[in-house]
Design a protein. Structure first.
Length: 80
């Protein structure tokens, strides 16, 4: 019986004080993550996409140069 009395107080305090605060903080954080990207993050993502496009264009250019100079370069690269 003493163990039950001993655990009653922390349980009631948890249910009355900690749990409501925990639930409010949890759902507030869930709401913030559901909104999408922040402006700074969106700008960084746009910059990365522009960089990706330019690197893709460079790679295509390099492949076309290699195709002109050595048409069998793809087969040689696969063997190595």
């Amino acid at each position: 019986m003493q163990f039950f009395d001993f655990m009653m107080v922390p349980t009631v305090l948890f249910m009355v004080v900690v749990m409501p605060i925990w639930l409010v903080m949890h759902y507030r954080a869930k709401g913030k993550t559901g909104r999408g990207l922040a402006n700074d993050d969106q700008a960084i993502l746009d910059d990365l996409l522009r960089t990706l496009d330019s690197l893709s264009a460079r790679m295509s250019t390099l492949e076309s140069i290699l195709d002109e100079r050595n048409p069998r370069w793809r087969n040689e690269a696969d063997r190595e």
